[in-house]
Design a protein around this ligand. Structure first.
Ligand code: TRP
Length: 331
């Protein structure tokens, strides 16, 4: 039986935190059970904002090592670098001819920059490069090149996926055939949002994140900073309104959860104890992943090898699709 294809791009932009882990990495890796899964590092997408070669290279290694450490198996799934699959840019050029400028004007990322420029009295296109402006087209090419059936992404990418579908439909409509597979967005629900140290959504912009690979001691120090109320040790506590317990639930099995819940409700347990329990459980889960991550990061040639091999396989699929499409459009 032919499995459907799941594909997702990962922008190399700095260290992952546990919000990314539960919100993006784990759900995307889950899909390998049901789908033929493909994961790529969207380095040309990152180029729009990162112009420093050492940084973009380091980030590429970091995200690759993160996903590998979290269980991405290159034997089972395709893993590659976008920049090593030039067919993407071939398709992107074709799709540009099917994309109205008006559609790009409506893209959130571009619109937000225009609005900021307006507010500051600058030229509306100040700081906007064409890579940013046509970002949704490149993303459409990433997806359509591999006939992805489903694309797992966060809510922030929902509009980009609608645009992919729009562009693919115009293309198919023009030729009167389903030449491009229309993908289905798998948008992660906000209920899966992971809270940060202060109880708000975990986000770099709130400066409340718990990075994935902190060394033990630093992790403990950070956990001790989680915001709690001022109840005394003796008082019975409500687990359901507590940031520590909310984070604990991410890592705990049912039994562990109900044990800690009872300790909260019985009173006599201070916040330091609850945080210690959280720290131990996180250490148990993240410790082995961190160890693998450090091992992989210490062996960059290994990462290169995986990405090179994946890119060769990806190009085989991609060039076949391009041969087919080019013939269909008369080239
Ligand atoms: N734009 C996505 C992000 O910023 C990354 C991305 C690029 C992507 N190409 C993709 C995601 C194709 C899914 C499919 O997170």
């Amino acid at each position: 039986m032919n499995k459907g294809i799941a594909l997702t791009g990962i922008k190399p932009t700095g260290v992952c935190h546990i919000g990314n882990y539960f919100g993006a990495i784990q759900p995307a890796l889950e899909l390998t059970k049901e789908y033929d899964a493909r994961y790529f590092i969207a380095d040309y997408h990152a180029l729009n904002s990162i112009k420093n070669s050492a940084i973009i290279q380091e980030y590429t290694y970091e995200v690759a090592a993160t996903w590998l450490a979290c269980g991405l198996d290159p034997q089972k799934s395709l893993v590659y670098r976008q920049s090593q699959v030039p067919e993407t840019f071939d398709l992107s050029t074709i799709l540009l001819a099917f994309t109205s400028k008006g559609l790009m004007n409506r893209a959130h990322a571009y619109k937000a920059m225009v609005q900021t420029n307006e507010e500051l009295g600058r030229d509306i296109d100040d700081g906007v490069n064409m890579g940013l402006f046509t970002y949704p087209v490149l993303m459409a090419a990433d997806i359509l090149l591999f006939d992805a059936d489903v694309v797992p992404v966060g809510q922030d990418q929902a509009q980009h996926l609608e645009m992919t579908i729009d562009i693919a439909q115009s293309f198919n409509h023009n030729y009167g055939k389903e030449l491009l597979t229309i993908p289905k967005p798998l948008i992660r629900k906000e209920t899966q949002t992971v809270i940060g140290l202060d109880g708000r959504k975990m986000s770099k912009s709130y400066n409340n994140t718990i990075p994935m690979f902190l060394p033990s001691k630093k992790l403990k120090k950070l956990i001790m900073k989680i915001v709690t109320n001022s109840q005394t040790i003796e008082e019975a506590k409500d687990p359901d309104t507590c940031n520590v317990f909310t984070l604990y639930k991410l890592f705990a099995g049912d039994d562990q959860q109900s044990d800690l819940r009872k300790r909260y409700q019985a009173g006599g347990m201070g916040w330091g104890d609850a945080k210690q329990a959280l720290f131990e459980l996180m250490e148990e889960h993240l410790g082995p992943i961190r160890e693998r991550y450090n091992q992989i990061m210490a062996d960059k040639p290994y990462i290169d090898k995986i990405l090179d091999e994946g890119s060769v396989k990806a190009r085989e699929i991609a060039s076949e699709k391009m041969r087919f499409l080019k013939k269909e459009i008369g080239m």
